[in-house]
Design a binder for this molecule. Structure first.
Ligand code: NAD
Length: 354
């Protein structure tokens, strides 16, 4: 599996940790930092320490969890960088899931007006999605990724070996983004991963998924057009995720919320963008096969709508959607009424009844 060429950097798969060693040894950084959370410190840092033996670096550790992807934790990272004497010519290695790659990328892209960073994603979700494409960010109040930058990493090192310690629920969460890449861009990937399921996912499926994300972001790095297709399922999915983060004792994971968004937005695709009934049913079945039914109470619909109104993709106050025209093809910049959105939420509920 040869490295994938991205906007201004390479995404390594094979011997990726050796490639990381090569990258660090061949570059002239005055200081190197590794950002981890307590889980990646336990499960992933030892392998990185082994390849970086003999190099000087400082460790920055944060508490895991989406609820910590915020400005307070970011200030903690900036303060550590400052205390450890980080200069402009420093490197931050983000070793973790999407929370670490997003927040570490944001912290690096703003510290002293920007220092270099590389992504070493350790969850399925961050390998196939969050680490590629240069979107960095943090959440504020209940709004996801509302503060952030477009800043490309200097390289991405994907080691699928890290996934061995990831629990089943997290693998399922990341699987949603793999399914999405099939739904919006490549029917054959969708068919293959639907058959494989989260536990049968192979390195080739992951590689193809990254290729798709990369092709799309290379074409449109700043999300002026095509890149919006990556948001399929995310307008409603993000609202469900944000609401669950602030209202539930055991919040939904990103991929679990997005999977709900897929069903709602496949329904909108059927109504507004010509998705056939059989493709709608196939999409719904693929999601139902993997994700447990989640009860969306009608009372929360208005709150979900309020969150959607804050979505970064909106235009002139209208809620913006990316909708499938068939499995493997997706359009963007489509607008739906409040009534249509509520109907799609009802449709989701109807699919959980049987
Ligand atoms: P996460 O970073 O919270 O990781 C999930 C959990 O797995 C955490 O508890 C973490 O500590 C643990 N973990 C990580 N690697 C592990 C390993 N190898 N073994 C055992 N445990 C491990 O969540 P995530 O699902 O990776 O990422 C979700 C985030 O990604 C969200 O904030 C979402 O907004 C963001 N995201 C960003 C983009 C983007 O383009 N920037 C795209 C998609 C998602």
């Amino acid at each position: 599996m040869k490295p994938i060429n991205s906007i201004s950097y390479l995404i390594f798969f094979e011997n990726s940790l050796q490639e990381l060693k090569k990258f660090v040894s061949e570059s002239k950084y005055t200081k190197v930092f590794i950002l981890v959370d307590t889980n990646t410190e336990t499960h992933c840092l030892p392998a990185v320490q082994e390849v970086l033996e003999g190099f000087d670096y400082d460790l920055i550790e944060v508490t895991p969890g989406e609820e910590n992807k915020n400005i307070d934790f970011c200030i903690g990272i900036w303060r550590m960088l400052l205390d450890f004497g980080a200069e402009r010519n420093s490197l931050l290695i983000n070793l973790g899931g999407g929370v670490i790659t997003d927040m570490g990328g944001f912290a690096a892209s703003t510290f002293k007006r920007g220092i270099d960073f590389v992504q070493v994603p350790t969850t399925l979700l961050s390998q196939v999605d969050a680490s590629v494409g240069g979107k960095t960010g943090i959440d504020m109040d209940s709004v996801k990724n509302i503060i952030g930058t477009f800043t490309q990493p200097k390289a991405v090192f994907i080691n699928t070996g890290f996934l061995k310690t990831l629990d089943e629920r997290e693998v399922r969460s990341g699987f949603a983004e793999v399914i999405k890449h099939g739904l919006i861009y490549d029917r054959s990937l969708f068919e293959m991963v639907k058959k494989a399921g989260p536990s049968g996912l192979s390195g080739e499926h992951i590689y193809r998924s990254v290729e798709i994300k990369n092709e799309v972001v290379k074409e449109d790095p700043f999300e002026k057009g095509l890149r919006k297709i990556l948001n399929f399922g995310h307008t409603i999915g993000h609202a469900v995720e944000s609401h669950s983060l602030t209202h539930s004792k055991s919040p939904l994971l990103h991929g679990e919320a997005i999977a709900i968004g897929f069903i709602c937005e496949a329904c909108l695709s059927f109504k507004k963008n010509g998705l056939s009934e059989s493709d709608l049913n196939e999409t719904v079945q693929a999601i139902k096969d993997v994700y447990p039914a989640y009860k969306l109470k009608k009372e929360i619909y208005p709150a979900l709508l309020e969150i959607m109104k804050n979505d970064k993709k909106n235009n002139a106050g209208q809620i913006n959607f990316s909708l499938l025209s068939e499995i493997g093809k997706c359009g963007f910049d489509m607008f739906c009424t409040e009534e249509e959105i509520f109907e799609s939420l009802d449709y989701y509920t109807s699919t959980t009844d049987n």
